[in-house]
Ligand binder design. Structure first.
Ligand code: B1M
Length: 212
């Protein structure tokens, strides 16, 4: 078993304190934070997704795994943060209204902050009106939306419509992501970009910011 499998198992079994301590130790041993996320944390959560889909586990197991993921993120996040004071651009991000899934969105936030962007994270269950308010308030370049449920994907369209209504759509670029989202869907709802994961979100956003 590799060391990363140890961490994945701690996530799967919901050992939040052990997972956070593991991350702390390995960061101090020089393991890059990106490797901890990609080789330990995400595979652990992917396995939880597989077991839940196959009805091998129930909601409490999912929740304790999510808690372990968050404890680990709290340790890894400061190490990903870019030391530079110069922002590459500003982003408002949230999981759309009706959707409480925020683990993937939080990983995307970590990657963006690590790449030097200023991120205003609105959390989960974010209404179109709240996206509009934050876009106006912070004068951002990018509006980024996450959705994990097929039933909440239409909220992305509603949010884009709300941005149009507020005459903000031409001033910002919109990027969407999350498991039920695809490049095709992004084009259909007239978003400017789609990313399947945090690293690609950084690439897509960097192209969109350059095009502004
Ligand atoms: Co829910 N859930 N869940 N869940 N959950 C899924 C999504 C589901 C696929 C499970 C299943 O049935 N197989 C299913 C959705 C089915 C569908 O609509 N197609 C589902 C369901 C049905 C539900 C409930 C309705 C269950 C119920 O109550 N009966 C309910 C809904 C609650 C609500 O939101 N209103 C619910 C609840 C929950 C919990 C609260 C228990 C918990 C969420 C905890 C939390 O997030 N704080 C939970 C979890 C953990 C999951 C699974 C198991 C794991 C999701 C996750 O965190 N993955 C999930 C099954 C699965 O995904 N296999 C499932 C790990 C994470 C790193 O990946 O979120 O995909 P992901 O993020 C990735 C990419 O998608 C991408 O980058 C991330 C990093 O690589 N990405 C972006 C995400 N956002 C992006 C934005 C971008 C770019 C990339 O740009 C803006």
């Amino acid at each position: 078993m590799t060391v990363f499998e140890d961490l994945a198992n701690m996530i799967i079994t919901g050992q939040h304190t052990a997972a956070a301590e593991w991350a702390e130790t390995e960061l101090s041993n020089g393991v890059p934070p990106g490797e901890i996320i990609d080789k330990g944390m995400i595979p652990g959560m992917d396995e939880i997704g597989r077991r839940w889909k196959n009805q091998e586990i129930h909601m409490p197991e999912v929740l304790i795994a999510a808690r372990a993921m968050k404890s680990c993120m709290a340790v890894v996040k400061p190490q990903l943060a870019n030391a530079s004071d110069t922002s590459r651009g500003s982003i408002v991000i949230g999981t759309v209204k009706g959707d409480l899934h925020d683990i993937g969105k939080n990983l995307v936030v970590m990657m963006l902050e690590g790449a030097g962007y200023t991120v205003h994270d609105l959390g989960n269950d974010v209404s179109p009106e709240a996206f509009v308010r934050a876009t106006e308030e912070h004068g951002v370049d990018i509006v980024a939306m996450s959705a994990l449920l097929t039933t909440t994907v239409p909220m992305m369209t509603e949010t884009i419509d709300a941005l149009k209504e507020a005459e903000l759509r031409t001033k910002v670029k919109v990027i969407v992501g999350g498991a039920p989202v695809s490049d095709e869907l992004a084009k259909k709802i007239e978003a400017d970009g789609y990313a399947p994961d945090g690293a690609s979100a950084v690439d897509v956003i960097s192209k969109l910011v350059t095009a502004l």
